[in-house]
Design a protein around this ligand. Structure first.
Ligand code: ADP
Ligand code: MG
Length: 490
């Protein structure tokens, strides 16, 4: 079945998630939808699969206009989607999950018949799944496999996979890709949503690239990585430039790393000697999962080095617990504000109280309220002291996180400091950050936005598969060269 989306537009409040997007997926092909986080990929495929409604635009299946208002309607029309966050039922068994949706079809399917179908499809796709196990005990990769089998058994002939390789093992990824290829060979289509170039390159026949809610290009695979990277990252808007700092031998060192080796179960990052100055801004560039996070966690004191030494303003903190880093003036704002930085169900005032009251037995409610109100007005947070942080917009969550940071810091680490924020909030965030640098704080930030890296960094570290470049002064590199370095040409 040929799938065409024409001129799809979708807004969420102020944010334009899809802005006149058109996409054609030919039957029997694997079509990549590539773009950085926030590009609008999930929104587009959720519209295609009936999970959200579009504001404008048209869906054509084999040339005929079709309206799908619900996921069930989409499945009936042949379109099924494997979500970025699984929508299955962990307390139920594998078989029960497999049977979801069958009852609402024209005829009822008995568990025995369902089990038979399940085994047949599993064998066909080379999956090995325990039928009676509780789903919650399985890995993410296995749960994906079950969902794929379920969608196929419901007659889906266009399968959407939204960021399916996050959190699955290498062998599960292989099984997934093999299954996708089998589907395409059988004449079905696969839409593969990803921000990972190498996965798109491995799997897809064609790719469409999205940036900031729009389609910015498409290409046949294979296609040079640098071309895709520049499509993913380039921006028309250039914002004002922060004057680059010129360090001399007199400039005091903020962070010093000596022959570091740091690893997790997937990646090993080694960093030769590295000195970062007080007041300096360092941008960490690279595709997601290339080692930036390990580097950040190491500097935050949240992960210990296997070898080497970490010094912050001359104090050796190697293998010290996190609280020593806090005491030494290290601040860390994680990427996922609601998963790590803030507590979903708590209010802004609760957060202010938690931060202040950690060493106190009694909490002065009135003083906390006043402090919260002061923070809300200074940081221009659109919310009330009793607003739960999960109800705030991304920009206001980020403002809240910034409000909670200690007034003075030696080292501030941030992941995607402006991701999902509107332009005004982004500029505001950077004003706060630049002001901190002027008082000597060293800032290290990760960003998927090359313009942001080029604009605010004094020096850049490029990460690629755990390899780290030497620090590159921003004056000595162009955005295009940086894009190429990210694609693996360090
Ligand atoms: N339910 C929602 N409410 C508000 N904003 C949303 C919602 N879903 C997506 N957005 C916004 O739309 C933009 C595109 O998001 P998304 O489609 O999830 O991008 P991607 O999948 O490419 O990372 C982002 O700015 C995001 O914050
Ligand atoms: Mg997404």
């Amino acid at each position: 079945m040929k799938v065409e989306l024409q001129n799809i537009t979708k807004t969420f409040g102020q944010a334009i998630a899809n802005d006149g997007v058109s996409l054609t997926v030919e039957a029997g092909s694997i079509h990549g939808l590539l773009g950085e986080n926030g590009a609008g990929k999930s929104t587009l495929v959720k519209i295609l699969s009936g999970f959200i409604s579009r504001d404008e635009g048209l869906l054509l299946l084999d040339g005929k206009p079709v309206v799908v208002k619900t996921p069930e309607a989409a499945i009936a029309a042949g379109i099924g989607m494997l979500h970025q966050d699984p929508l299955d039922f962990p307390p139920l068994s594998v078989l029960d999950n497999f049977m979801v949706g069958k009852q609402s079809r024209r005829w009822l399917v008995s568990p025995r018949e369902a089990a038979r179908q399940f085994q047949e499809l599993s064998t066909q796709f080379g999956f090995n799944l325990p039928l009676r196990e509780t789903l919650g005990n399985l890995t993410v990769g296995e749960r994906q496999q079950i969902e794929i089998l379920r969608l196929i058994s419901l007659g889906v002939n266009t399968l959407i996979l939204d960021e399916p390789t996050t959190g699955v093992s290498a062998s599960q990824k292989e099984a997934l890709f093999a299954a996708a290829k089998k589907l395409a060979a059988a004449g079905k289509s696969v839409i593969f949503v990803s921000h990972k170039l190498e996965d798109v390159d491995l799997l897809c026949d064609r790719v469409t690239v999205m940036r900031q809610g729009r389609v910015v290009g498409s290409a046949e695979i294979p296609c040079p990585a640098s071309q895709l990277v520049s499509l993913m990252f380039e921006k028309e808007l250039a914002a004002p430039h922060k004057p680059a700092m010129t360090a001399s031998s007199q400039t005091p060192v903020g962070l010093s790393l000596k022959n570091i080796l740091v690893k997790d179960d997937r990646l090993e990052v080694s960093i030769p000697n590295l000195e970062i100055y007080q007041g300096e801004i360092i941008g960490l560039a690279g595709l997601e999962g290339s080692g930036q996070r390990l580097f950040t966690l190491l500097c935050a004191g949240l992960r210990s080095a296997t070898a080497g030494q970490v010094e912050i303003q001359g104090v050796d903190l190697t293998h010290r617990p996190y609280r020593y880093y806090l005491r030494q003036g290290v601040g860390y704002l994680p990427a996922d504000r609601l998963a790590e930085g803030l507590v979903r169900e708590l209010s802004i005032q609760d957060h202010v109280t938690l931060r202040q009251g950690k060493d106190q037995f009694f909490i002065n409610g009135r003083a906390m309220l006043q402090q919260t109100q002061a923070a809300i007005s200074f940081f221009n947070i659109r919310g009330k002291p009793n607003s739960k942080v999960e109800r705030l917009s991304g920009g206001n969550q980020q403002r809240t996180q910034l409000a909670l940071l200690p007034k003075t810091l030696n080292l501030l680490l941030m992941e995607h400091p402006t991701r999902g924020l509107d332009i005004e909030s982004s500029l505001w965030v950077w004003q706060q950050l630049v002001a901190r640098c002027e008082t000597g704080t060293t800032i290290i930030f990760t960003s998927a936005d090359l313009d942001e890296i080029m604009q605010y960094s004094d020096r850049i570290l490029v990460f690629s598969g755990g390899k780290v470049s030497a620090p590159i002064p921003v004056r000595e590199i162009t955005a295009l060269q940086l894009g190429e370095a990210i694609g693996g040409k360090i």
